[in-house]
Design a protein around this ligand. Structure first.
Ligand SMILES: [Zn+2]
Length: 427
């Protein structure tokens, strides 16, 4: 047993200057294995190194033995034990020696932190902790270290297109429950670059500062919603880039307006005891879907609704008409169509649709940039990343704190580089 574990350890994890000395098993009362203890010794012929400059230094004294949690062997909790030496470095004075498996004062080996972090991408933190007999705190701290390492080592080169968006998380609608996210949306790489609390100008300024002037100045395309604070900051800081208002955002503004019309009208009809109220029942998703994608029975129901003179039907027709806008190839014709649509919507006497029309009129140049950037940025990128974020924010609802969620988002969507702590991958 002893030889086998040592052979295994030596082939997986060799630390220069140290040897695996002794491997003991602690048994439970029922005879099962409770714990594997691995004691480490310093190699007699190799001097200790200063933990700050990694240069060899003469020994000073020895501290009491410390333990580090290692990757479980055969699912049994496994610990490293070693009494660290202190060295007297010419430059840094008396300091603890460099321990290649350890990170500062953390009681978990780097290998275990990598192991837990990789699993925490598949499982929730709580599930990871349970699967490997450790605490939520231990998994969380590991992922935090893993992400910080990744952020410190990632490369921000060749970023040409970014998407800026706001995400809501949690239950309340307070300012702190909104996040600003910056994505890279180049076709060759889509990832989360930055996430920050709130959705103010200050937030986005902080995010762009985190990416650095070089990255911001190198951008060719910026994609965002019509959210005023973002528009202001992007116009001021990245005006060399073509600013595009995302198709998905415009569609969602139209859908919100339509849904508002439906809700108000449905309430009014029900209050009046009208038979028409029945027609609006269970129509929500049929109305919000793209018209060409509604099929079968849903399509017949939608058809019946549209033949009525209801305001919802007219609002739907306006929304559906707008779909045509995206089929244009020429900026000029698209512009004419947009003007025509705005004119129609303003005459519709449907207040939510008029409001959308006024917003679109204000942002006409940015909306038309969509056609100028055609083929260069993908329409689904921001929406796709938003959906992924939603999966994480829901799963990590248990954290409640922003920091924990920030870590989880970078961990799952940041495409961060990983520390390579194993010669062989264990997971
Ligand atoms: Zn030193």
């Amino acid at each position: 047993m002893q030889l086998q574990v040592k052979t295994l350890l030596n082939s997986l994890q060799r630390f220069s200057g140290f040897v695996f000395q002794d491997i003991r098993m602690k048994r439970r009362r029922d005879g099962g294995l409770e714990q594997v203890d691995i004691s480490i010794e310093a190699h007699a012929g190799i001097p200790a190194k200063c933990s700050r400059c990694l240069k060899p230094a003469p020994g000073y004294d020895r501290l009491p033995s410390r333990s580090w949690l290692f990757v479980p062997l055969w699912e049994v909790t496994t610990l490293f034990h070693y009494p660290p030496r202190r060295v007297e470095c010419a430059e840094h004075g008396v300091v603890v020696e460099h321990l290649p498996w350890s990170e500062g004062k953390r009681p978990v080996t780097k290998a275990m932190m990598c192991f837990l972090s990789r699993w925490a991408r598949q499982l929730s933190l709580r599930e990871t902790a349970r699967a490997f007999h450790t605490s939520w705190e231990c998994v969380y701290r590991s992922v935090e270290w893993f992400v910080q390492w990744g952020l410190a080592h990632r490369k921000l080169e060749g970023i040409e297109a970014i998407g800026v968006d706001e995400i809501h998380w949690g239950k309340s609608k307070r300012a702190d429950n909104f996040l600003t996210v910056i994505y890279q949306i180049d076709t060759h790489c889509r990832r989360l670059l930055w996430v920050g609390k709130r959705r103010t100008q200050a937030t986005l300024r902080k995010g762009l500062a985190a990416l650095g002037t070089e990255v911001v100045q190198g951008l060719r395309f910026v994609c965002s919603d019509m959210w005023k604070p973002y528009l202001n900051v992007l116009a001021a800081q990245a005006n060399q880039a073509l600013h595009v208002l995302d198709r998905f955002h415009i569609t969602s503004h139209l859908n919100q307006a339509l849904d508002q019309v439906r809700r108000v009208e449905s309430g009014r009809l029900r209050a009046a005891g009208s038979a028409q109220a029945q027609r609006l029942k269970h129509m929500r998703w049929k109305l919000l879907r793209r018209g060409s994608r509604v099929r079968g029975r849903a399509k017949r129901e939608l058809g019946r609704l549209l033949r009525t003179k209801l305001m919802t039907a007219r609002a739907w027709a306006l929304k559906d008409l707008f779909e045509h806008f995206w089929t244009y190839k020429s900026v000029k014709y698209a512009g004419w169509f947009l003007d025509f649509w705005i004119w129609r919507a303003l005459r519709s006497r449907i207040e939510p649709m008029q409001k959308v029309a006024r917003t679109l009129r204000t942002h006409e140049p940015l909306i038309l940039n969509w056609f100028r950037a055609k083929g260069e940025i993908s329409s689904g990128a921001v929406e796709g990343l938003n959906n992924k974020i939603r999966v994480v924010t829901r799963r990590s609802y248990g954290f409640r704190t922003f920091n924990a969620m920030e870590i989880a988002l970078y961990h799952t969507l940041g495409k961060l580089p990983e520390p390579n702590e194993f010669t062989h991958s264990l997971c």
